[in-house]
Design a protein around this ligand. Structure first.
Ligand code: TYM
Length: 329
């Protein structure tokens, strides 16, 4: 049986939050199994859409690779690499850009959000970013792309580009599917729970970083915004309570009914403590492993080099096919 191919990426734009972990990274770990082959990438080229300090970007990219290993990626099985180390990402980008319509990119909600946030630097990269991401996916002929809800639209664009290219040039790309957790696909901010939790939010109380100390995690969750209803139940518009319950379910493996029943008659304080304990239990081992990996920097650098070599081998097959089809080779 042919193995299913998995690809995903994360930008080194800050320490991953609980949102990144629940929405994506945990699935990255869980999807590694005998019948699948996974590629995981630190999307440093994507991070350039916002002005970066070069030394910091290099350091953060390496740190992100260490964190991914700490989260359970086994780089001896799944190639783990830094995007710019595999030149084929840049090579595919141009061909795909010439097969993507402006109108499609105009509809991307993340472009609208990001250009509002960075109104002083609405660069062309911010606009064409979903094309680069489509290339990341199509380069490896991925079947599944484990992401949070906010990336669904980008994966759908990758599908549309693949289908369009296949129709024009003959079967070339596998058409990928997004893989999104039912609970925790969109973890919300703790301070403004109608907004998504984001690692680039200027207010650190709005997110839990996966490197936050246990006491900080407890403090942030205790302060999380809820509502005045006082009843622990999942309900329309109850963003804060829904968010805490979803995190709790994602961490404990309980479904929503079980979770709600287990808090019958309790106040929000009990819920918040339970969420904090569950989060700490899950991410404390990640933190310990992270420190160990970073302390062995030479090993980490060689893991990343090896990951890039293995990824490039697969990527080159696609580039060869594509360049021949379009007449560039
Ligand atoms: P990024 O770096 O913003 O986020 C990494 C992953 O975390 C998910 N995520 C969330 N999930 C649930 N709740 C949240 N609050 C939350 N915030 C973030 C994201 O959906 C994502 O899965 N463009 C991508 C990186 C990328 C990529 C790719 C992903 C580059 N190339 C190819 C998949 C395939 C991004 O900026 O993710």
């Amino acid at each position: 049986m042919e193995k299913k191919i998995i690809l995903s990426g994360i930008q080194p734009s800050g320490i991953p939050t609980l949102g990144n972990y629940v929405g994506a990274l945990r699935n990255w770990k869980l999807l590694q199994s005998e019948d699948k082959f996974c590629y995981y990438c630190v999307a440093n080229m994507h991070a350039l859409t916002v002005r970066q300090n070069a030394d910091e970007l290099r350091e953060r990219s390496l740190g992100m690779a260490a964190l991914l290993i700490a989260c359970g990626i086994d780089p001896s099985i799944s190639p783990l690499f830094i995007q710019s180390d595999v030149v084929q990402h840049a090579q595919l980008n141009w061909v795909l850009a010439c097969n993507t319509y402006m109108g499609e990119l105009n509809r991307m909600t993340q472009f609208k959000d990001k250009s509002a946030k960075h109104s002083d630097n609405i660069n062309a990269g911010l606009f064409t970013y979903p094309v680069l991401m489509a290339g990341d996916i199509l380069l490896y002929q991925a079947d599944l792309v484990p992401v949070g809800n906010d990336q669904k639209q980008h994966v759908e664009l990758a599908r549309n580009i693949a289908i369009r290219f296949n129709n024009a040039y003959g079967e070339t790309f596998k058409v990928p599917e997004p893989y999104i957790p039912k609970l925790g696909g969109r973890v919300m901010s703790l301070t403004e729970p109608e907004k998504k939790m984001s690692k680039s939010d200027p207010n650190p109380n709005s997110y839990i970083s996966i490197l936050d100390e246990p006491s900080v995690i407890t403090k942030k969750l205790k302060r999380a915004v809820t509502d005045s209803e006082g009843r622990i139940a999942y309900g329309e518009g109850r963003f804060g309570v829904n968010n805490l319950l979803s995190i709790y379910c994602a961490m404990t493996g309980k479904n929503m009914d079980e979770a709600v029943n287990s808090f019958d008659g309790c106040g929000y304080g009990v819920l918040k403590t339970a969420v904090a304990d569950a989060v700490i239990e899950e991410i404390q081992p990640v933190q310990e492993k992270y420190k160990y990996i970073l302390a062995n920097r030479g090993d980490l650098e060689s893991v990343i080099r090896d990951g890039a070599e293995r990824a490039a081998e697969a990527a080159e097959k696609t580039i060869d096919l594509v360049y021949k089809k379009v007449g560039l080779r």
